[in-house]
Design a protein around this ligand. Sequence first.
Ligand code: NAP
Length: 337
Amino acid sequence: MELKICVVGCGMIGREHIERIQNRIRGAQVVAVCDVVADNVKKGAEIAGAGVATYSDFNEAINDANVNAVLVTTPGQFHKGPVLAAIKAGKPVFCEKPLANEAADCKEVVDAEIASGKHLVQVGFMRRYDRGYRQVKELLDSGKFGAPMVVKCTHRADGVAESYTTAMAVTDTAIHEIDVLPWLINDQWDEVQCIMPKRSAKAHEGLQDPQVMIMKTKSGIVTVLEVNVNCGFGYDINCEVVCENGVVNLPCPSFPTVRYANNISTKIEDNWILRFIDSYDVEIQDWVDHAAKGETAGSSAWDGYVASITADALVKSQTSGTFEKVVTGETPDFYKK
Ligand code: NAP
C-alpha cells in the first residue's frame, strides 16, 4: 500500500519532512498539508507540489478520504489532538517527539491505541535510527563486551534562544538520551537526579546551564549525562558505554583530520539537523515501510509515555536535588515485543 500522508504542522521540521517524503522516501507521498498559520500551509503546499490539499483544521485534514496516514509536526502541546484523531480514523500516525508535553496526555494516547486494538503510533525519536547508535547497540547486543555498567554522555549545543528554559534542558534536550539509552542497553529507568554545577557565564538570565543528570536503571547501570547548551563550539554528542570486558564509544561524524599551524584538528558538527540528517531519512522510510504493512517500528506510544514520566522526574529533581523515582507501571502486554 502506498502511504498518502497528511502533514499536520508545516513549521520548521514539518517542511523538512514534506521535502524528505516527496524527494527521498519510497512508497509514500504527501497529499495534504495542514497548519493553523496560513503562510505555513502555503509554504508546506509549495514544497509538496501540485495537487496537494490544504487545511487549517486537523480533523478535516485527517479525515480526508484520500489520506491514509498522518504525520504530526505541531509543537508538543498540540500533538495529542491530531494523534487521537488519527487513531480514531484508524490511520497510522508518526508523531514528532515528544508524544505530548504532559504524561497524562501521553497516557490518553496509549489508552486510545490499546482500545483501538491496532498498532498505529510511532514517536519521532530519531536517534534509534542513527547509524552510530545502531552500531553501538549491535556491539553491546553481541554480548562480547559483557554487561554494561556505566554510560557517560554529553549533549552539548552551541547556544540556545532566550526562550529556552531550565526545564527544557530535560524536556527538549535530554529527552533524546532518555529515550535512546534504555533501548541501547536493554534496560529501564529506575531513578534519576539532576545536579546543577557552576553556571556558565554564557547562559542567558534565568537559565541554569550546564546541568548534570544521573540516571540509574533497574539493573543498576548508572548514566552520567552532561547537558551543556551554551558550549559555543558546536553540536557535540558523545556516548561511552563501559562494560565488564571493554568500552564501546559512539562514533562521531567523520570529518578530515587537519594538520595545520602546529595543531591536529577535526571539525565538530554545527547543529542537530546536520548531525542527525541521515537518521531522519532512515526513520521516516522505516515508518512508511511498517505502516504500509499495518505495523509500527521505532519508539512506540508507550515509549513516548515512559520518556515523559522520566522527564517529569528529572524536572522535579531540578528543584529537589535528590533522586526521584521513575514510576510508569508495568508495560502493557500490547507493547511487549
Ligand atoms: P514550529 O516551527 O513551531 O512549527 C509548528 C507549526 O504547527 C506552526 O506553524 C504552528 O502554528 C502549527 N500548529 C500549531 N497548532 C496546530 C494545529 N492544531 N493544527 C495545525 N497546525 C498547528 O515547530 P517545529 O520546530 O517544526 O517542531 C515541531 C515538533 O517537532 C515539536 O514537537 C518538536 O519538538 C519536534 N522536533 C523534533 C526534532 C527531532 O530531533 N526529532 C527536531 C525539531 C523539532 P503556531 O506557530 O501558531 O503554533
